[in-house]
Write a protein that binds this ligand. Structure first.
Ligand code: FMN
Length: 174
């Protein structure tokens, strides 16, 4: 059984996908992991959009012009509803994007767990995505990801991350 740390290490941004259909049960398993994500005050201010239709994927490709993105057999969009989200009373900070990012993280890790690849896409044109997905007011896409079987081998090197000693900014023991 994979430990959580092994899974966190295994998950990589995948930028090449096989055209093979992803079984619906696997897609649902990944979405279920997103559904179970924690959110501020348990508001769950997210909705997921699953795009398999090739014409719609191709249109999404005009919002983020990479073939590997729209040619993946599935694109998932994680939407947020700021109007439903918890707002911190002290400064009015809305937590919808934080909650949506946590859901997306559950999704990418769950996908890696079942052998599927994902890649957080944030650099899309939001106006184009809004138009293509016909999003109502009050709903925004916080991130998208292709979903499919990777057509690439992850490189064996340990990904570059800032060392823990530099990541922990303060360590205060009593
Ligand atoms: C919020 C966010 C937005 C990102 N947007 C993009 C993107 O638009 N295109 C892309 O190719 N990768 C994108 N990435 C992937 C990062 O480049 C990647 O996670 C990082 O380089 C670390 O590599 P790894 O995911 O393989 O560990 C994004 C990641 C995050 C968390």
């Amino acid at each position: 059984m994979t430990s959580f740390l092994e899974l966190a290490e295994k998950r990589r941004s995948v930028r090449a996908y096989k055209p093979n259909v992803v079984p619906g049960a696997l897609v649902n398993q990944v979405l279920e992991a997103g559904r179970l994500a924690p959110s501020a005050c348990n508001k769950q201010p997210w909705r997921f959009i699953v795009v398999k239709d090739e014409a719609i994927r191709r249109s999404l490709g005009t919002a983020y012009a990479r073939e590997w993105f729209w040619k993946a057999p599935v694109i998932l969009a994680v939407c947020i509803l700021p109007g439903d989200a918890w707002t911190r009373p002290h400064d009015g900070r809305n937590y919808a994007a934080v909650d949506g990012a946590i859901a997306m993280d559950h999704i990418t890790l769950a996908a890696a767990d079942v052998g599927l690849g994902t890649c957080w896409i944030g650099a899309f044109d939001p106006a184009v995505v809004r138009d293509v997905l016909n999003l109502p007011d009050g709903v925004a896409v916080v991130g998208m990801t292709p979903l499919g079987f990777p057509d690439t081998e992850p490189s064996p090197r340990v990904r570059s991350r800032r060392p823990l000693a530099e990541t922990v900014m303060q360590e205060r023991w009593g």
